[in-house]
Design a protein around this ligand. Structure first.
Ligand code: ATP
Length: 983
């Protein structure tokens, strides 16, 4: 490491030195530029560019002449006058440069300034520090110039050597022109007027010719000559080559040889510096020697540095290799760890996925209301958020801004949580399987809950003026349903109808009624039917029904509905919905074998709960807010009652809960979207929404059931109907069976029913008591004006069954039994039938219930009554047929339930269990719930299904449903033809 560090230090030193040299060079160029004008090179030239521009000596001579006029009397600028000379001597052009360079160096000498050697301008000498010498010389000249300027030309200047000057300064000697350097010696030969002897002249000519050749060819003659010492063949050949190129040199050389002054053998063994020279050249030779020794010293030190650098480089290389090996090893380990982690993660995700599936399955079996949570983005960037973490597994952490770190965190768990960045598509993807099951005959309800401005309308419908990617669930669901229609075209034909209503100030208003005017609200829907799915699938038969065939139709209707919806601006939301909107999609399907299905999708956008102090509403808005909050509180009560498995579920306390009764208590699949505003100041509302959502997620509705009927079942049902009719016609004399006839009269029936109503669940009666207004309303609807039946019913249910009956009462019982036969679908009625049997009233001889374990569990199931001795042979035969058909239907139903559902339904898996795990007798259900939840049943005879989903009003059960059974088409008050068609 130390070697690396010292190496780096040296490198730093070298780079600093190079920087310093460059700075000095640029300074020299700048000065030259200011003195002689354009140099034709960049202001920051490379060493090569710098030297090449000075090589002809012109710039140097001009510069010295500027600061000391006449220092170089004659500057060779145009070589044309030398043409004759060139021709005579065949001199290369390079020689001409020496004229200037020599004169410049001589002038420098006169001025006693540091100089350099002409060879320093050669290209090959660049790397030996020659540029430094030239730069030093020019900077010396500059300093001289400046001192001359400041001392007003008194001419006194003493050159102060800079450290970098030292090397070159050693060569500056007060030499004559002939002694300055080898080149200068040679050039002085050219002066024909000088008195020199022949030999010297010849030597100088040879030297000059050599120098020129070296300069032009850039051959390292010194090295070549040096190599001659070692007798290198190549060197000799090179030397001879050089000589052979110059005929005049050859002759001079030959003369030398012939005169014996210089023998080739001497030449061979002697380095150039040691060639015998004349006395007067001794000083220049010594200078040359000195210079060479300096060079050698420099070379040696550089060699040393190079060796250090080499070792440094080798060490670094070694270190680097080691480092590389380490790195590779580490990388390999990291790769292995990553692989392990990724396989572990994969395994984890698989397990999570499996868990989710299993959890969903359990939820399907229990019929849990699924809860998705959606957090909208924060609009005010300065506002802090309370959402701390959103997990993929449906976990959500919120932070209470008013508390310290430790207690601040609250955790919630839902089926799915969508963060602020989730798109409408992300949300729909998770909802899709549920929505698709509508096409398999399941009733589905999706409702959006949350404080005002939290994004309910955004999720359900999309923002106002939405683009295709912003379409909400309502639109996407319909598009999807159409897609499925298209895919299944070969097997099924579907009809899709929509209704859209709102509950505004506890009034149901038809948003799609023709000529709707917001100011008058004439389209108030009078009737909400509960348990409608048991009959015609319409809970709001009086609302306009529109057939839709494509998404465009849906879009038009949705837009119309939205225009009609009550919306106002509050301080919490510019377009706050002031009503609960319910978009109902009715699907009716018929397969190629004649089987039918019908289902309903409720898409509910609830109005937002709001704190009136925060929303700052007054007048009408305040009234609206109060209605909204009241109905939401009723929804909360229903959810609480369902979650606690109370016997009394207060559906009737508001129009909203009454309308959602089927979805919250029936056999539907239900999903709630809990919407959150993540801002700090909404923390209170956020927590209450989350708590409500958490409670909703604990509600178990029991396994959902598809409303499908095969052709076989339909056929058998038809037969049953016919046989029943035939039986009714056959036995008027044998049995006091007036009820079978009377059932068609809505007025006579309630009396008989009231008289013989078997003991009912206590909660139902309480519910009726608690809301006499609603009961009265329903009674009105049925045309029963007298409050007596309901009062009677209440009394009876509170009192419990009466043990003894008169003959007349027995007849009444018969009537009741027949009514139940007419209405076999209600789980409550089946329960009642059993109750009758249990409490001993089965002593009535004419009718006895079969001991069917699944009695009352299926809509398609037929209750078989035993025949007493008083029936004649024909009716006995009919009854036998009825029994056989009943068995057939029951068997077929069970087979159907055990059969796997349509594989195209993503939620089909769950339905596989329906036949096995969804027993419908209250006992079986209680046992199942107990096994799934570990919660003990609240009472031995209590059926939650019957308490939740069953019809709670005896009058309604026997009245409404009975009436509907009696007159087959459902009572569509027909605002459109479609309504009739549907009915
Ligand atoms: N996920 C989201 N992404 C972007 N904008 C959203 C999102 N959710 C809601 N918004 C915007 O927030 C505003 C309020 O949303 P929205 O009207 O849907 O709330 P709301 O819960 O229906 O309110 P209210 O109960 O008062 O009717 C709207 O401008 C809507 O576009």
């Amino acid at each position: 490491m130390t070697s690396v560090r010292s190496g780096l230090h040296e490198l730093n030193l070298a780079s600093r030195r190079a920087e310093e040299a460059a700075a000095r060079r640029f300074q020299a160029v700048q000065w030259l530029h200011s003195v002689v004008g354009q140099l034709g090179i960049p202001t920051q030239p490379s060493e090569k560019e710098f030297i090449s521009c000075l090589r002809n000596g012109m710039i140097l001579c001009n510069a010295i002449n500027k600061i000391h006029p006449g220092a170089v009397p004659k500057v060779v600028e145009n070589y044309s006058h030398l043409q004759s000379f060139n021709r005579e001597y065949q001199l290369p052009q390079a020689y001409q440069y020496f004229e200037n360079v020599r004169n410049f160096l001589v002038a420098l000498e006169h001025l006693r300034l540091p100089g350099f050697e002409a060879s320093d301008l050669e290209k090959d000498n660049l790397e030996f520090g020659s540029v430094t010498k030239v730069v030093d010389c020019i900077l010396g000249l500059k300093a001289y110039h400046e001192s001359k300027m400041t001392s007003s030309g008194n001419g006194f200047y003493k050159h102060i050597k800079t450290p970098t000057f030292q090397l070159s300064a050693t060569k500056v000697q007060p030499l004559s022109a002939s002694k300055t350097s080898r080149h200068l010696d040679m050039s002085s030969v050219r002066d024909k007027n000088d008195c020199i002897d022949d030999e010297s002249d010849k030597l100088k000519v040879i030297a000059k010719l050599f120098a020129d050749h070296i300069f032009n060819s850039k051959e390292n003659i010194v090295e070549n000559l040096m190599s001659l010492e070692h007798g290198s063949e190549n060197s000799r050949v090179n030397f001879e080559k050089i000589i052979s190129r110059f005929p005049e040199l050859q002759s001079v050389f030959k003369n030398f040889l012939s005169e014996g002054t210089l023998k080739p053998s001497d030449l061979k063994s002697m380095p150039l510096e040691e060639l015998p020279v004349r006395e007067e050249d001794q000083s220049s030779r010594s200078l040359l020697k000195k210079t060479n020794s300096n060079h050698r010293r420099l070379l040696k030190s550089q060699e040393k540095e190079l060796a250090v650098l080499k070792t440094l480089f080798i060490n670094t290389k070694q270190d680097f290799k080691e480092f590389q090996v380490h790195l590779q090893r580490d990388l390999m380990e990291l790769g292995n760890q990553m692989q392990e982690m990724s396989s572990a993660a994969q395994g984890y995700y698989k397990v999570v996925e499996e868990n989710r599936k299993l959890y969903n399955m359990v939820q399907d079996l229990k019929g849990n209301i699924r809860v998705f949570c959606r957090v909208r983005p924060i609009f005010n960037r300065e506002m802090k958020g309370v959402i701390d973490y959103i997990g993929k597994d449906g976990s959500l952490f919120v932070v209470d801004p008013s508390k310290l770190q430790k207690d601040a965190r609250k955790t919630f768990q839902f089926n799915q949580v969508f963060g602020p960045t989730s798109t409408q598509d992300d949300v729909y993807k998770e909802t899709q399987p549920l929505i698709r099951s509508v096409m398999d005959g399941y009733n589905v309800c999706i409702f959006a809950y949350g404080q005002t401005g939290s994004g309910k309308t955004y999720t359900m419908s999309g923002p106002p003026g939405r683009s295709a990617s912003e379409m909400g669930i309502n639109y996407l669901a319909l598009s999807d349903l159409f897609l499925i229609c298209d895919k299944r075209r070969d097997m099924m034909t579907y009809e899709i109808y929509v209704q859209m209503v709102e509950i505004y100030n506890e009034q149901v208003r038809d948003l799609l009624a023709e000529n709707f005017t917001c100011t008058k609200y004439p389209f108030i829907v009078p009737n909400i039917r509960t348990c409608s799915s048991e009959d015609d699938g319409l809970s709001l038969p009086d609302a306009t029904m529109h057939s839709v065939n494509c998404t465009r139709d849906v879009l038009k209707l949705m837009e119309a509905g939205e225009v009609n919806r009550a919306v106002s601006s509050t301080s919490m939301n510019n377009r706050s919905s002031r009503s609960h909107s319910i978009f109902m999609v009715h699907v009716r399907g018929k397969d190629t074998s004649g089987g039918t299905l019908r289902s309903c999708l409720h898409l509910v956008d609830l109005a937002g709960s709001e704190r009136v102090d925060k929303s700052e509403v007054t007048g009408d808005r305040l009234k609206e807010a109060q209605y909204i909050n009241k109905s939401l509180s009723c929804l909360g009560d229903v959810i609480s009652a369902l979650a606690q498995k109370n016997s009394h579920i207060p559906y009737r306390n508001s129009k909203l809960t009454l309308l959602l009764q089927d979805s919250l208590g029936g056999q539907a699949k239900t999903l709630m979207f809990a919407h959150l505003s993540p801002e700090e100041d909404s923390f209170g509302e956020t927590i209450s929404t989350l708590k409500f959502a958490q409670r909703v997620s604990t509600v178990e509705l029991g396994a959902a059931r598809a409303h499908k009927e095969t052709r076989e079942v339909m056929h058998l049902k038809e037969q049953v109907e016919n046989l029943k009719k035939a039986l009714g016609a056959e036995e008027p004399k044998n049995v006091s069976y007036s009820g079978a006839k009377e059932i068609k009269s809505p007025f006579s029936r309630p009396v008989a029913t009231t008289e013989r109503t078997p003991p009912r669940l206590r909660r139902l009666s309480i519910e009726n008591c608690s809301n006499t207004k609603v009961t009265n309303h329903l009674e009105d609807r049925k045309g029963v004006k007298s409050p007596l039946p309901s009062r009677r019913a209440k009394r009876m249910s509170l009192e419990g069954p009466k043990p003894c009956k008169t003959e007349e009462q027995a007849k009444g019982d018969l009537t009741m039994e027949v009514n139940q036969l007419k209405n076999p679908r209600s789980p409550v009625s089946s329960y009642q039938t059993r109750a009758v049997k249990v409490d001993g009233r089965t002593s009535i001889p004419q009718f006895q219930l079969l001991q069917t374990p699944d009695k009352g569990s299926s809509r398609n199931e037929v209750q078989i009554i035993s025949v007493d001795s008083r029936t004649n042979g024909k009716s006995s035969h009919i009854r036998k047929s009825l029994r056989t058909i009943g068995k057939l239907i029951n068997g077929s139903e069970k087979r159907k339930e055990n059969m796997p559902t349509d594989p195209r339904s993503p939620l089909g898996v769950s339905t596989n269990f329906s036949g096995i795990k969804s027993p419908h007798t209250s006992n079986a259900k209680t046992v199942r719930r107990q096994s799934l939840t570990g919660v003990m049943p609240s009472g031995p005879e209590r059926s939650r299904r019957s308490s939740i989903g069953g019809n709670t009003n005896p009058i309604e059960i026997n009245g409404v449903n009975g009436a509907r059974n009696a007159k087959t088409p459902p009572p569509m008050r027909s605002p459109t033809k479609i309504g009739k068609q549907w009915a």
